[in-house]
Design a protein around this ligand. Structure first.
Ligand SMILES: Nc1ncnc2c1ncn2[C@@H]1O[C@H](COP(=O)(O)OP(=O)(O)O)[C@@H](O)[C@H]1O
Ligand SMILES: [Mg+2]
Length: 245
């Protein structure tokens, strides 16, 4: 088993080395789709443990020779993104069976958020004034990522956590195993909003702010952003259809 612990958190070594049993005994399931995510507390601090689904044989070979595991990438990229933008990384663990990737875990600090951006975008009962405020702050946050050359390749609503405090909104990104770090063109930036499933009204609010930040007219950016979104939705629908669901 390979165990990598953030040097800042070496005091958690015993906890991390026994993470499997802490994980198994935790009943605090946060999410259970492809991967299983649970909350685990230790010495008064809250952590989140993500156990990755074991990949198919082909990918287990790919992860052996060609590509770092999702656990490793989540950890490395979180360190690179830096504090205040994503939950701080604590450790990752890879179990190898005859060299091939088996179980793997990524452990981070738990971010106590109030909501993801999902209800803001999709819940019709979400209050309009608040919605516009969140979406405007979201445009600011995304712009600051883009300016730092941070591109989240799975920028979808479940991966954007929001804390509401004193009328301000603080954002954190998670699920960061697919990132790129590079200078971003305007098209890269607009395409980044495609996976949010935002409706026209939400896109309008987000793009109005984003356009100000890049000093371009909104009527130049909005149609491009919407076209990226529509193209993404069309492809996703087609994929679902081909898979027969
Ligand atoms: N560090 C964290 N702090 C708080 N909640 C988290 C954290 N990491 C994950 N979660 C919760 O787990 C959910 C799924 O996490 P995610 O890493 O996006 O898993 P998946 O790859 O299955 O989408 C998030 O929407 C959030 O509710
Ligand atoms: Mg996710």
């Amino acid at each position: 088993m390979k165990v990598v612990i953030n040097s800042k958190y070496q005091s958690l070594a015993v906890f991390i080395e026994n993470i499997e049993s802490y994980f198994e005994s935790s009943e605090d399931i946060l999410y259970d789709q492809r991967n299983l995510i649970k909350g685990v507390s230790y010495q008064g601090q809250d952590y989140v443990v993500k156990k990755f689904k074991i990949p198919n044989v082909i990918n287990r070979i790919v992860y052996r020779y060609f590509r770092p595991s999702k656990a490793k990438r989540s950890y490395d990229y979180s360190l690179k993104i830096g504090e205040g933008i994503c939950p701080e990384p604590i450790a990752y663990i890879e179990d190898r069976v005859r060299g091939l990737l088996g179980k793997s875990y990524y452990i981070s600090r738990r971010y106590s958020y109030d909501f993801t951006i999902r209800p803001v975008l999709l819940d019709n009962n979400f209050e309009k004034v608040l919605r516009d405020q969140v979406l405007t702050s979201f445009a600011d946050f995304t712009f600051s990522l883009h300016e730092k050359g941070i591109l989240h390749r799975d920028y979808s609503y479940g991966n954007i956590l929001i804390k509401h405090q004193q009328g301000q909104f603080e954002f954190n990104i998670i699920d960061v195993n697919r990132m790129q770090f590079r200078m971003l063109s305007l098209n890269d930036r607009l395409e980044n909003f495609a996976r949010l499933s935002a409706d026209d009204d939400a896109m309008q609010v987000i793009m109005t702010r984003y356009a100000k930040l890049v000093n371009k007219p909104v009527n130049q950016l909005l149609p491009v952003a919407n076209a990226f979104r529509d193209e993404f939705m069309r492809k996703r629908k087609l994929k679902k259809k081909l898979r027969g669901r």
